[in-house]
Design a protein around this ligand. Sequence first.
Ligand code: 2AM
Ligand code: CA
Ligand code: CA
Ligand code: CA
Length: 265
Amino acid sequence: MARSALLNVMVQAAMKAGRSLSRDFGEVQNLQVSMKGPGDYVSQADRKAEDIIFAELSRARPGYGFLMEERGAVTGDDDQHRWIVDPLDGTTNFLHGIPIFSVSIALERQGQVVAGVVYNPAMDELYTAERGGGAFLNDRRLRVAARTKLSDAVIGCGVPHLGRGRHGNFLIELRNVMAEVSGIRRLGSAALDLAYVAAGRMDGFWEDGLSAWDIAAGLLLIREAGGFVSDLNGGQTMLEKGALVAGNEAIHRALLKTVTKPLKA
Ligand code: 2AM
Ligand code: CA
Ligand code: CA
Ligand code: CA
């Protein structure tokens, strides 16, 4: 498969960061870890991976701005382009030796995500998409799953920490979804959750309380795999507000309705 020069730059950065993560994953007990908030950890592995991506992308495309989980916003001379980067999505899994974590890199051009890469180094699975060019897992073209009934569907979600504001909503949403679907999964890396929906491994996904770097690349993967993504009101505020529902057209519609169903007294 021939990749564009832009995607190549992103893939090189993601895989180089992934190699660093794989090395650190092998001796995770030696990493320095600190807590940013309740249930919110950051390690040397996150920072090293971010440094690698920052250096690679700065060298390849001087002047582009950044939004990165650990550095925050870095403005560049070019106000048309911005990288949105999570160097390690799934830090909790990583620190527990669970090989479900990823690197997520997206490029925004004039406020629109035009390219995305999600890489799981432990499984050597590379997900790529470019606007209008389809989504791929390694060399294979992706398509969202075809199931149309929630009763047949496996749905992914995130579980907010009890200390995070919206866990009460989550318990209601979970109850609604549990009543209607075939199964529920919680991977612990939102970027990979979205990649799995794009790959048809999960039929749908919903989560609230996410950040732009968790989802920017994954949103494009799903759209380019023929899927639908919206916020909980059916709008397109996902990157700003961090809430989303995803699936094929039918599952997206049904899941959105189910997730937001009012609680019966
Ligand atoms: P992280 O591993 O990069 O922090 C798990 O459902 C998802 O939530 C992961 O993508 C994880 O990203 C993110 N996450 C973990 N802790 C969080 C917190 N305290 N606030 C917001 N997102 C968090
Ligand atoms: Ca984090
Ligand atoms: Ca993340
Ligand atoms: Ca992270």
